[in-house]
Design a protein around this ligand. Structure first.
Ligand code: ADP
Ligand code: MG
Length: 673
């Protein structure tokens, strides 16, 4: 008898070959198949006539194939199958792309259900890539994310077989009762074959709850379990010695963060900590302190940055802070030559270098360390959890520190970084200038230029940031390149201008950034490449063109590039957009300095849409829940998870054994890394 953990190849209807294609969809067991939820549903019970239906609306046609199925080879990986169907009212042409398997199964003369949009003309109606079903399979049908190798209809058939298995309940009974959830069997049956739309809602509610509950319980367990013993012990604290190297005093918040880290690193357990500090709060100095202390204790450190520009900047900052201390720092990035790389790697192994700074890919690749004690990732929101663990596997359970100016609302941050301990730097270095922010229309450009020049004449530097322009864009807006041409030949011909954009080679970018840092460029025209981390304290003015095109968190990050030194700084947001929403968004930036506040407002204004976008946030992949849309459920689940763990901290009790399995299953992918 097969059960949910049986391999998928043992399910009725699955042979070796199909098992492979299912594996490619991530389906390895019968249970995994049942958790392969429909992408959407289509109503095959509401059948329309071809001659009566409106175009561009998805409808269901019941029609007979009245021609042979022709196959047309277009190019590699592209074959079109075509045939005509007739439903008693009219004929239409159906096309299928690439799906040979489906085409082979259809028979001329047989009748099928076709679900899709009718296009073409009233005389020559067409339907492209419809969902096709045999007529006995009418009703509300699930539509699965299918591949060319296995169709949605096939998955549907297999699903029926899988649902015959016994389906044990995964959630503890108390949770089901307290939160009014349906049982798993009902939920799975109805998510695939909804009996009614209410039943579907009930099923969804339960599955969303379950997923978020498993996610959160898992994170809480992970956090508890992350107390891993390590030999990388920092025995002596050299913080005071480090302080004497600095030209400034650390803020209380910086000192506290360092102390919290040192405490972890002395404990005999591997540190696993997140430092959350807003833009400009001075995270680099904290990182340098910790790497210094680590080096003094005879261990190596690695510092990873998301971009080459940033890695290079860190390299310069760190090496100059540690100048004359005998601690050696090296830089590894994409533009390090092969020969240099080999040399540097030799010296890392032989321990001539104590601190390795670089871009993520380069450090993780094949660099071998000699007693790696500390791994730091900067601007972590760009990396995922799995990546974070990848580097940790390099050493012998090194301490890990993640630094982020998280533009994520706090509640969500806690979940996303739930497996980390948290230090917050909630204070800016002394003497930090408030950045004045203005929103203006582009008709004021003359005055803006005069204003910029006044600052440049006083010895300051500035940025003009332009949005990325897509090539086929309809609205004419200026790209950084065009803007640079225009200004350097006109308005700013007596100043030293630089141009920075993503298409430059890393070497060219670095050259421009370092010229700007050295003060050899007065005004930098740039795209958002400067968004992350760049630190030039003499820059006191920033103009952001077409500001409506940027996200709020992005504007905040950009603005964080100025106001970093002792000079009063100004940020000018230029926008001609008249939209009410744009105005409100720009006002949020104008009136707030706190990145967390801005993230919250951003979420409120944008709604639960794609706040995180496709950004890697390192959570296991969710199948049905949406952290934003379901954030109320998320809260409930957090409480529920805490409750369950309070009564059974390691989930060893019988009633929680299936829950435990689900957690292991969800996090399996992460553990593999
Ligand atoms: P972020 O947290 O955004 O990464 P950085 O580490 O780049 O910020 O620091 C921003 C700037 O503040 C740098 O120029 C740095 O030298 C300076 N800085 C950091 N800490 C202090 C401090 N305690 N006092 C004065 N300046 C500081
Ligand atoms: Mg930084």
């Amino acid at each position: 008898m097969i059960n949910l953990s049986s391999e998928i190849r043992f399910l009725k209807g699955v042979g070796e070959k199909r098992a492979k294609t299912l594996n490619n969809l991530g389906i390895d067991t019968v249970g995994a198949l049942l958790r392969y939820y429909p992408r959407c549903y289509e109503n095959f019970s509401d059948i329309k006539r071809i001659d009566e239906c409106s175009f561009e609306e998805k409808i269901c046609i019941k029609a007979r194939i009245i021609s042979p199925i022709t196959e047309q080879y277009i190019r590699k990986n592209m074959t079109i199958f075509r045939f005509n169907v007739f439903d008693g009212s009219s004929a239409m042409t159906v096309t299928i792309f690439n799906n040979k398997y489906l085409a082979n199964k259809l028979n001329e003369g047989s009748t099928y259900l076709f679900f899709g949009k009718i296009t073409g003309t009233a005389y020559k109606p067409q339907m492209s890539s419809p969902e096709i079903r045999e007529i006995e399979n009418g009703g509300i049908r699930p539509v699965y994310p299918a591949s060319f190798a296995v169709s949605s209809a096939t998955i549907e058939k297999l699903m029926l077989n899988a649902l015959l298995c016994e389906i044990p309940e995964t959630l503890p009974q108390s949770i089901i009762e307290n939160y009014g959830l349906c049982d798993l069997k009902f939920a799975l049956k109805n998510i695939h074959f909804p009996y009614s739309s209410e039943a579907l809602e009930t099923a969804k509610k339960r599955l969303v709850f379950e997923e978020l509950f498993v996610l959160q319980t898992g994170l809480m367990l992970l956090k508890g379990k992350r107390k891993i013993k390590t030999d990388c012990v920092i025995s002596l604290d050299y913080t005071d010695e480090f302080l004497s190297l600095l030209p400034f005093d650390l803020t209380h918040a910086q000192t506290r963060a360092i102390n919290e880290c040192v405490f972890d690193m002395k404990s005999g357990y591997a540190m696993n900590r997140l430092i959350e500090g807003d833009v400009g709060s001075g995270k680099t100095a904290v990182a340098t302190a910790l790497m210094y202390i680590t080096a003094r204790n005879g261990l190596q450190s690695a510092l990873m940055a998301p971009t080459e520009v940033l890695a290079t900047q860190h390299y310069h900052t760190v090496s100059s802070m540690l100048y004359g201390t005998g601690i050696n720092v090296c830089l590894l990035t994409g533009s390090t030559t092969k020969k240099q790389k080999a040399e540097i790697k030799e010296k890392i192994i032989s321990k001539e270098f104590d601190i390795v700074i670089g871009t993520h890919a380069i450090i993780t690749e094949d660099t071998v360390f000699n007693n790696l004690g500390l791994v730091i990732t900067d601007e972590q929101h760009r990396f995922g959890v799995a990546q974070r663990y990848a580097l940790s596997s390099k050493g012998n359970k090194p301490h890990t520190l993640v630094m982020s100016a998280t533009p994520i609302p706090r509640t969500l941050g806690l979940i996303i970084y739930g497996d980390l301990d948290l230090s917050v730097i909630d204070e800016y270095p002394k003497g930090r200038q408030v950045i004045e922010t203005y929103c203006v229309e582009s008709s004021l450009h003359k005055r803006i230029y005069t204003f910029i020049k006044k600052h440049l004449d006083e010895g300051r530097q500035g940025y003009i940031v332009c949005p990325l322009v897509e090539e086929n864009e309809e609205i004419p807006i200026k790209s950084a390149e065009e803007y640079f041409e225009e200004l350097s030949g006109g308005e700013f011909k007596n100043y030293r201008l630089g141009l920075l954009h993503g298409k430059l080679k890393p070497k060219e970018k670095d050259k421009i950034m370092s010229d700007f840092a050295k003060g050899e460029i007065d005004l930098l025209i740039s795209t958002t490449v400067i968004e992350v981390g760049i630190d030039v304290p003499n820059a006191a003015i920033m103009v952001i063109e077409n500001a409506e095109r940027f996200g709020l968190s992005q504007l905040h990050q950009l603005r964080g590039r100025i106001g970093r030194g002792q000079y009063k700084s100004t940020c000018i947001l230029v926008s001609d957009s008249k939209g009410e929403n744009t105005k409100r968004r720009l006002d949020v930036i104008k009136n707030n300095r706190d990145g967390f506040k801005i993230a919250d407002e951003d979420l409120a204004l944008r709604g639960p849409g794609d706040f995180l976008g496709n950004r890697q946030h390192g959570l296991p992949e969710l199948k049905i829940a949406d952290i934003f849309a379901n954030r109320d459920t998320l809260k409930l689940c957090g409480m529920a998870a805490a409750n369950v763990l309070e009564n059974d901290p390691k989930l060893k009790k019988d009633e929680n054994s299936l829950l435990r399995q689900e957690i292991i299953h969800l996090y399996k992918k992460l553990n593999e890394n």
